[in-house]
Structure formats: C-alpha cells, structure tokens
Design a protein around this ligand. Structure first.
Ligand SMILES: CC(C)(COP(=O)(O)OP(=O)(O)OC[C@H]1O[C@@H](n2cnc3c(N)ncnc32)[C@H](O)[C@@H]1O)[C@@H](O)C(=O)NCCC(=O)NCCS
Ligand SMILES: Nc1ncnc2c1ncn2[C@@H]1O[C@H](COP(=O)(O)OP(=O)(O)OP(=O)(O)O)[C@@H](O)[C@H]1O
Length: 206
C-alpha cells in the first residue's frame, strides 16, 4: 500500500529545499514544477500552444520558452495566467497521474507530490492521504523570493498574490514545517517527521 502525501507552501517558502531532502531520504517525489517545465520544452505541443496563444515573442532565439517574459505577463494579470494554465494544467495533470500510477505499480511505500499550486488547482487534494505545508511569515517569503529570483518588491508581491495566502494553506495542512528559521532548524523538523512516520532513511539527508 502506497501512502501519498502532498507537499506545498507559498512561492519561495522552501518546498524545493524540503523536497530535495525527502528525495535524499529515499521517498518518491513527483515534482510538479519540473513537469511544468518538461511539458513546454522545445518541440512539445505545450510550447506550440503557448506560442499560438501569446505570440512568437515569448520564444527565445534558441526556440525555448522565454519564461521571464511570460512570468512578467501572467503574474501581473490573472486572465493571462488562466489562459496559460488552460494550456499547461491538463498536461501537468496527465503526467502527475502517470507518475503516481507507476509508483503504485512499483509498490513504493511513500510518494510525495510536490506542487506549489497544490490547493489552488483543486484536483490534487483527491489524490493524496495527507498534506504537508512548508511555511514562512510573509516578510521572509518576500525577502527570499526577491533574493533568489532577482525581483523587485513589486515583482515579488505580484507573484505572491497569484496564490492562496500562506495562512490559508497552513490552516488546510495536516503537518506544517516552519521554515522561518535557519536551514538546520528546518532540516531537524523534516528528520523528526520522517523518523516519527518511519519514512525513508533520514540519515541520508545532507
Ligand atoms: C509563468 C512561468 C513560465 C514562469 O516561469 P519561471 O521560470 O519564472 O518560474 P517557475 O516555473 O520556476 O515557478 C516559480 C514559482 O512560481 C509559482 N507559480 C508557477 N506557476 C504558478 C501558477 N500557475 N500560479 C501561481 N503560482 C505559480 C510557484 O510557486 C513556482 O514554484 C511558469 O511558472 C509556468 O509555466 N507556470 C504555469 C505552470 C504551472 O501552473 N506551474 C505550477 C505547477 S503545479
Ligand atoms: N531556512 C532558510 N534560510 C535561508 N534561506 C532559505 C531557507 N529555506 C530556503 N531558503 C532559500 O529561499 C529560497 C526559496 O526556497 P525554495 O526554492 O526551496 O522555495 P520554493 O517554495 O521551492 O519556491 P518556488 O515556489 O518558487 O518553487 C531559496 O533561495 C532557498 O535557498
């Protein structure tokens, strides 16, 4: 029997950091952000549809998607974000469902679906047994996002505004990892969660 967990949080609250440790500990991780990139790689129908919808100017000279330009458009305009999601979400959903079926067929004991818009997309909640949320306060979130992605305050706040507020995600969580402190403090909480549930090998986390 495969136990399935959702892993989510707000943009830049630390999902990838935690997800990386869960992978190191031997859990099967389905990474929605990675899948979202794969379904719009050069040569895919996803990219063809994006170019047909938003225009050739959203492609770089090498034929790949101009992610920064498209991000600046859709994260400032909810209508444009909906148009993009209408293209990408069905493709992402199909691939997540396929990877989950493979993991179940292999009898993987624990599968984690790591998705930033886990609650927002609606369908993922029905696939999992429990949800783990990685959270920070709003100021820390904004500071880390600006630093990581080289964004202005306005650019960071626009991206944060496209998701559920982090407090709403925390309220909907079964387990919350508090990532306001140091990386070491967060790692300690993840190790405790793994050990308490007897999931994977927490001593493999680096
Ligand atoms: C708009 C795009 C091209 C911007 O690319 P960029 O490389 O700048 O960002 P990246 O994809 O790494 O995402 C960074 C973060 O933005 C946030 N984000 C991404 N997509 C969305 C969305 N549809 N709604 C709200 N937040 C989002 C997430 O927190 C994500 O972790 C890209 O985010 C995209 O294609 N988004 C639509 C696909 C999607 O819904 N992805 C979420 C996976 S469930
Ligand atoms: N406890 C921490 N202390 C300091 N920096 C941190 C901490 N946790 C994460 N970071 C940094 O904050 C940034 C955001 O973390 P991360 O990329 O893991 O977030 P995310 O939730 O996966 O973001 P996204 O939604 O954009 O995919 C990264 O640059 C990461 O190195």
């Amino acid at each position: 029997m495969t136990e399935i967990w959702g892993l989510t949080g707000g943009i830049a609250t630390g999902k990838s950091t935690v997800s990386h440790w869960l992978h190191q500990a031997g859990l099967t991780v389905i990474d929605a952000d990675l899948i979202a990139r794969q379904v719009v790689a050069p040569g895919t129908t996803g990219l063809t549809k994006i170019v047909a919808t938003f225009g050739e100017s959203y492609c770089q000279p090498d034929g790949s998607l101009n992610r920064r330009k498209l991000g600046n458009l859709v994260f400032h305009d909810a209508t444009q974000l909906s148009r993009l999601e209408a293209i990408t979400q069905p493709l992402i959903q199909t691939e997540i469902t396929r990877q989950l079926a493979s993991a179940k067929a292999r009898h993987d004991p624990v599968v984690v679906i790591d998705a930033p818009t886990f609650f927002e997309v609606g369908y993922l909640i029905d696939l999992v047994d429990h949800v783990l949320v990685v959270a920070t306060d709003a100021t820390t979130q904004q500071q880390r996002l600006q630093k990581r992605d080289g964004l202005t305050a306005e650019g960071a706040l626009a991206r944060i505004a496209q998701q559920w507020p982090i407090a709403r995600k925390v309220a909907a969580a079964d387990v919350v990892i508090d990532n306001r402190g140091t990386i070491a403090q967060t790692r300690q909480q993840v190790v405790k969660w793994l050990d308490t549930n007897k999931f994977g090998r927490s001593n493999q986390i680096k």
